[in-house]
Ligand binder design. Structure first.
Ligand code: PMV
Length: 349
C-alpha cells in the first residue's frame, strides 16, 4: 500500500427538476419519481487527492477546502457522507483525502449547490475505485454507481451524473428506472429540449429559510402529501410525452404547475413556509402576461427558493431580449440574471 496515492478531478453540474422530488423515506429514497436537466455553467469543480493511511480504525480522514478556505461545516458533512457510504466503497477508510472544491456560481444564488458538489465527490470516489481496483471500467456500471453514491449525499445529486435529461425514481413508464439511482433520458427527449435555456433571475440573496432535508421531513405530516405523490406520477407521464414529442407548451404548463405545487406544499406544511418574495409573484405575472401578448413559449420554474428560472427554447432567444432587459432585469437583485442552458453533464479533468 506504500505506493497507493493519486489525484482525480471532476467538474459536475447542478440540475433543475421539472417534476420535483419533495418527500423521501428510508435511506434517501424518493416518494415519487423526478425528472431534471443538468445545467451547463453552474458546476462544482472538485479535486480529490488520496494516499494510503498508515493505520486505520474505521474513522474517515479528510481535509476539505472550499473556495480556497478550510470549511469545518462542509468538512463535517463530507466526513459523515464518506462514513455513510463505507458499505459500498470500503476502501475510503484506508485512505487519507485532501479535497478541494469550488463552484462557478455564487453561494445562495438559489442554484442547488448540493447537487453539483455531491455528484462531483461521488464521481471522484468512483474514479478512485476504478484506479485502485479496475472494477468500474464499464461506463454504465460507473454511472450507475456514481449516481447511487451521489443520491446518498443529496437525492437530487443522483440526476447530475447525466448529460442533458435524467430521471430518478422507479416508474412503470420507463424501463430500467430505479429509486436507487438515476438514469439518462437524452434519447427519450426531443432535440428542442437539448438546448433549452434556463435564465436564473435572482430575486433575493438571503439564505434559504428551510433546508431541503427539513423540507422533505415536513412532507411526512403534510395532509396533501398522498395526493401530491399521485399527482407527481401523473405529471411525470404527461411530461415524458411532451419531452418526447417536443411539445413545448405542454412542457411549460407542467413546469409551472410543478413549481407552484412545490411552493403550495411548503405553504400548507406545519410549520408553514413562504419561500417566494413579492418580486417572485411580480415576475410570474410578467411572464404570463408576456406569453399571452406575444404568443411566445416562455415559462418559469422555481426551486425551493424565491428565484425564477426562465425557460424557453433556443430559437426564440433573440425575441426575448427586450422583455428580459426591460421587464425582468430591473426586478432582480443588483440586476443579476445567471444565463444557463441544458448541459453536457460531468467531465473528468
Ligand atoms: O436533493 P435535495 O435533498 O436537496 O432535494 C432537492 C429538492 C428540490 O430541489 C426542491 C427538487 C428536486 O427534485 O431537485
Amino acid at each position: 500500500t506504500d505506493k497507493v496515492k493519486g489525484k482525480v478531478t471532476w467538474s459536475s453540474p447542478s440540475n433543475l427538476a421539472i417534476i420535483k422530488y419533495w418527500g423521501k423515506h428510508g435511506i434517501q429514497l424518493p416518494n415519487n419519481p423526478s425528472i431534471s436537466f443538468t445545467l451547463t455553467n453552474a458546476v462544482s469543480k472538485t479535486t480529490v487527492e488520496y494516499s494510503a493511511r498508515e493505520t486505520y480504525d474505521g474513522s474517515i480522514d479528510v481535509n476539505f477546502i472550499f473556495d480556497g478556505f478550510e470549511n469545518d461545516a462542509f468538512k463535517d458533512r463530507i466526513k459523515k457522507y464518506l462514513n455513510s457510504i463505507k458499505a459500498y466503497v470500503p476502501f475510503v477508510e484506508q485512505l487519507h483525502f485532501n479535497i478541494t472544491s469550488e463552484n462557478t456560481f455564487p453561494h445562495s444564488s438559489g442554484i442547488a449547490s448540493s447537487a453539483s458538489a455531491m455528484s462531483a465527490i461521488a464521481l471522484s470516489i468512483c474514479s478512485i475505485e476504478d484506479e485502485l481496483f479496475k472494477s468500474l471500467s464499464d461506463i454504465n456500471d460507473f454511472e450507475r454507481k456514481a449516481s447511487m453514491l451521489a443520491r446518498l449525499g443529496s437525492g437530487s445529486a443522483s440526476r447530475s451524473i447525466f448529460d442533458s435529461w435524467a430521471l430518478w425514481g422507479k416508474t412503470g413508464d420507463v424501463e430500467g428506472s430505479s429509486d436507487e439511482y438515476a438514469i439518462g433520458m437524452k434519447d427519450h427527449v426531443h432535440p428542442i429540449f437539448h438546448n433549452l435555456h434556463d435564465d436564473i433571475c435572482i430575486l433575493s440573496a438571503d439564505e434559504k429559510s428551510v433546508s431541503s432535508s427539513a423540507g422533505h421531513a415536513l412532507m411526512d405530516t403534510n395532509p396533501y402529501a398522498p395526493t401530491r405523490y399521485d399527482e407527481a406520477k401523473r405529471q411525470l407521464f404527461y411530461l415524458l410525452e411532451a419531452l418526447k414529442q417536443g411539445n413545448f407548451e405542454r412542457f411549460g404548463a407542467i413546469a409551472e404547475q410543478e413549481a407552484m405545487s412545490l411552493h403550495a406544499l411548503m405553504m400548507v406544511s406545519n410549520p408553514s413556509y413562504i419561500l417566494m418574495v413579492p418580486n417572485t409573484l411580480a415576475v410570474i405575472k410578467k411572464i404570463r402576461d408576456f406569453r399571452k401578448e406575444s404568443g411566445l413559449p416562455v415559462y418559469f420554474s422555481l426551486d425551493a427558493g424565491p428565484n425564477i428560472h426562465l425557460l424557453y427554447p433556443d430559437h426564440i432567444a433573440d425575441q426575448l431580449i427586450d422583455f428580459i432587459e426591460n421587464e425582468i432585469r430591473p426586478l432582480c437583485v443588483n440586476g443579476i440574471i445567471i444565463s444557463d442552458k441544458v448541459g453536457p453533464g460531468p467531465e473528468q479533468l
